[in-house]
Design a protein around this ligand. Structure first.
Ligand SMILES: *Cc1c(COP(=O)(O)O)cnc(C)c1O
Length: 391
């Protein structure tokens, strides 16, 4: 006979309340690789919810690189980087990332969440101040909150609000941290203005470019290249490998002193197992591939253009995004879920994003596009949206 324990009694009401407020989250069971077509819970869908923007997550050559490196290095890295887990593949990837980004050095982290956490907490602490855009990714916000520095959120992309806050701080160190491309909105941070303000106010600028890396800029370096910001203007550059690069992990790039400081001080770097060397090898190949196959970025741009034009002619309200992230603002959580369900009924998979991932009252369908989507697949999405919004 099962007995309700005090643990369950304590936890159940919050779960029930979440359900009632249409905020309950459920996982779907993916039965295929990422791609424009996926099998989920036994059904096939055209999917617009992956961050695999360039279609590299299942690229045969990347898969082969992973297989070959695991034949040589095995699966697990066996230790943290500072103990005995820093392999030649990790090291080569760091050098290639630094060169690609035009930075002195780069440091790999096992995930983007850990890169943000480790970097912010290594750079600022008690007596310092950290300023973050209120729409920053949760990992960057959590990093700021746990640093012990005085934590302030400024209005989204509002440089004057940030300036006012910087002017009224007495803190020794001041760190400004923003997403390069906002993950739930798709718009870009005004990096040139932020870099200028950081210089004037003697603050440090950190950019999380998880969604810009691989997509923006002539070579695909990301937001820094798009705005032409070098290491002097943008000294702390972070990006992830699990999105456009299609693999897993993250890195921070910057000066020698920055990277050495992170190696000595970033706890989420020091006290964790290094990513599998084969994942580093696959990332190296992916980094080369997407430079060789620049048509992928071109194809992505074409699909973004097609979607925005089509959505506009349907009278849908788009957000000011030129990136692969093209959210449709719905507002109400229940309505967003209902729309996502109805799209699924038409064979189109899109995820409804609800609070607390986005502010209350701004539930949305987060549509993401990929270089691998065909024109017909985007038309299928637009047709389904057209039918549903006419209902
Ligand atoms: C996905 C994401 C992260 C976290 O990266 P992981 O490697 O998935 O942990 C951090 N910042 C932003 C903006 C992201 O979108």
């Amino acid at each position: 006979m099962s007995q309700t324990t005090s643990l369950e009694q304590a936890l159940s009401p919050a779960l029930a309340e979440r359900r009632e407020r249409h905020l309950y989250r459920q996982r779907r069971l993916l039965e295929s690789a990422q791609g424009p077509e996926v099998r989920v819970d036994g059904k096939t869908y055209t999917a617009f919810c992956s961050n695999d923007y360039l279609g590299l997550a299942r690229h045969p050559r990347v898969v082969t690189a992973l297989q070959q490196a695991s034949n040589e290095y095995g699966v697990g890295s066996g230790a943290s980087h500072l103990v005995n887990g820093h392999s030649r593949e990790h090291h080569a990837l760091e050098e290639e990332l630094a060169a690609f980004c035009g930075r002195d050095r780069a440091l790999l982290f096992s995930t983007g969440y850990m890169a943000n956490l480790g970097t912010v907490t290594a750079l600022v602490g008690r007596g310092d101040a950290v300023f973050e855009d209120r729409l920053n990714h949760a990992s960057l916000l959590d990093a700021g909150l746990s640093s012990g520095a005085r934590f302030q959120r400024f209005k989204h992309n509002d440089v004057s609000d940030l300036e006012r806050r910087l002017l009224s701080t007495q803190s020794r160190r001041k760190l400004i941290a923003v997403d390069g491309v906002f993950s739930m909105d798709g718009d870009c941070a005004p990096l040139p203005q932020l870099a200028q303000l950081a210089e004037q106010q003697n603050a440090w600028l950190m950019v999380d470019d998880a969604h810009g890396f691989g997509c923006l800029g002539a070579k695909g370096v990301g937001s820094a290249e798009h705005f032409g910001l070098g290491q002097d203007q943008l000294p702390i550059l972070m990006a992830t490998l699990g999105k456009a690069l299609g693999t897993f992990g993250a890195f921070v790039a910057g000066s020698e002193v920055l990277i050495e400081t992170l190696i000595q001080q970033a706890r989420s770097y020091i006290y964790t197992t290094a990513m599998p060397p084969a994942v580093a090898a696959a990332s190296r190949l992916s980094l080369r591939l997407f430079q060789e196959e620049s048509w992928r970025r071109e194809a992505l741009r074409n699909r973004i253009h097609q979607f925005r034009q089509g959505a506009e002619s349907l009278g849908l309200t788009l957000m000011p995004s030129e990136t692969a992230i093209q959210p449709l603002l719905v507002g109400d959580e229940a309505r967003a879920l209902e729309l996502a369900d109805k799209l699924a009924g038409r064979g189109v998979l899109v995820i409804a994003i609800r609070p607390p991932t986005v502010p209350v009252g701004t539930a949305r369908l987060r549509i993401t596009l990929s270089a691998e989507h065909s024109e017909q697949q985007v038309t299928q999405l637009l047709d389904a949206l057209g039918e549903l919004t006419r209902d």
